[in-house]
Design a protein around this ligand. Structure first.
Ligand code: TRP
Ligand code: SF4
Length: 363
């Protein structure tokens, strides 16, 4: 029997096969046991989409005792947001609602290094991403957005932290890379510790995909060296491509539902491109039932297209019990996606008004 192998690299994508094994291998803690201590956890927590953490207990404690805490994350402005991008933004909005101060890095140094995205182009995409963030519920008045490429605290910190790492450490943590990639990693250390460097020690949580764990391990190490609070991390699963390949990727736009695309286009992708867990014939499906666990339409529901847990369970049972046919199910997904996108686009229009204030245009 061949063993499923997990490959985690911060730069260059990971294809994650077995999340339970990841938890053991990387010494992170499972999230499931903590969720019950969270106030009104949202779907991504309830459904195990945020599946692991380091030190998140201290953030739950802060929420409970109303101790100030920071929620820090960064996103590369290398692509428009898609339905899977919602996973992190939903967490930011939730943690903000429960007292966290949200700091959001437009990771343009990283998109330049990693994706060869010119800073100017990155800017246009960052604006679009920020509109999505606001439309998804981030309060722009309570969120600090900044660009890596022009934040002095971050850029100076990167230089200072360079003294805390050796080439061997970098190679061990990230693998062998060009200087620009290591530089981007150091800039990310600056991002994550910026709130503490500017305002003193504060509990910080970084919600990210699991591919970012190498960064979290390194930043915890650096924080200790500088007598700062080692940041907590929460790790979410990735949403797969609609077509069935492992991760949603820019190279395969038909597998992604972008948050700025029309409902018509989104529906076409759901109906024509989605990989389902359906059987060969309706008779077979009635007899054997569908397979929601491998179905990408079901994944859309689970990752947020259905908010209500009961409704989700009900749909799961009807599928697995052969009571629901894929055609009808896709029509339902399309209907829900249309309602979501139409609402979302209205909110994006509103958000567009504040985006110029948030990110000043560069000459
Ligand atoms: N490296 C992250 C990515 O690949 C982006 C990022 C930059 C980030 N700075 C950060 C994430 C700080 C969390 C915290 O998308
Ligand atoms: Fe997927 Fe729906 Fe078909 Fe079940 S009925 S396999 S959930 S598309």
């Amino acid at each position: 029997m061949t063993e499923k192998k997990n490959v985690i690299t911060a730069f260059g994508m990971s294809d994650i096969k077995d999340y339970d094994k990841l938890i053991k291998e990387f010494g992170v803690s499972p999230m499931t046991s903590l969720v019950r201590y969270m106030p009104d956890p949202i779907a991504v927590y309830r459904r195990g989409i945020v599946f692991a953490h380091r030190d998140f207990d201290m953030i739950i404690d802060a929420m409970e005792k109303q101790i100030p805490f920071v929620v820090m994350t960064g996103i590369k402005p290398s692509n428009f947001f898609h339905f899977g991008s919602k996973i992190v933004v939903d967490q930011l909005a939730y943690l903000q609602k429960h007292g966290g101060k949200v700091v959001f890095a437009v990771a343009d140094v990283e998109s330049l290094a990693d994706n060869e995205m010119p800073l100017k182009e990155a800017d246009a995409i960052a604006r679009d991403n920020i509109m999505d963030c606001i439309a998804l519920g981030l309060d722009p008045k309570k969120t600090e957005f900044y660009r890596q490429s022009e934040d002095l605290t971050v850029l100076r910190a990167a230089q200072v932290f360079a003294s805390n790492v050796t080439n061997n450490m970098l190679k061990a943590i990230y693998g062998l890379h060009e200087l620009k990639i290591y530089n981007a990693a150091l800039v990310q250390m600056g991002d994550i510790l910026k709130p503490q460097l500017e305002n003193g020690k504060v509990r910080t949580v970084v919600p990210v995909g699991f591919d970012q764990d190498p960064h979290i391990r390194l930043v915890r190490d650096i924080a200790k060296k500088h007598k700062l609070v080692p940041p907590a991390g929460t790790y979410n699963k990735f949403m797969g491509s609609l077509t069935g390949s492992a991760k949603m990727s820019k190279r395969e736009p038909e597998g992604l539902i972008f948050l700025n695309e029309s409902a018509e286009l989104a529906c076409r992708k759901i109906k024509k491109k989605a990989f389902t867990g359906g059987r060969n014939t309706p008779e077979e499906q009635r007899q054997l039932g569908g397979q929601p666990d491998i179905c990408k339409v079901y994944e859309l529901y689970k990752f947020g297209l259905i908010e209500d847990d009961k409704e989700l369970t009900e749909l799961y049972k009807r599928c697995a019990g052969g009571k629901l046919m894929c055609g009808d199910c896709k029509n339902l997904a399309c209907k829900k996606m249309t309602a979501f996108l139409n609402q979302h686009h209205k909110k994006r229009k509103q958000a567009a008004l504040s985006v110029n204030r948030i990110l000043k245009t560069k000459a």
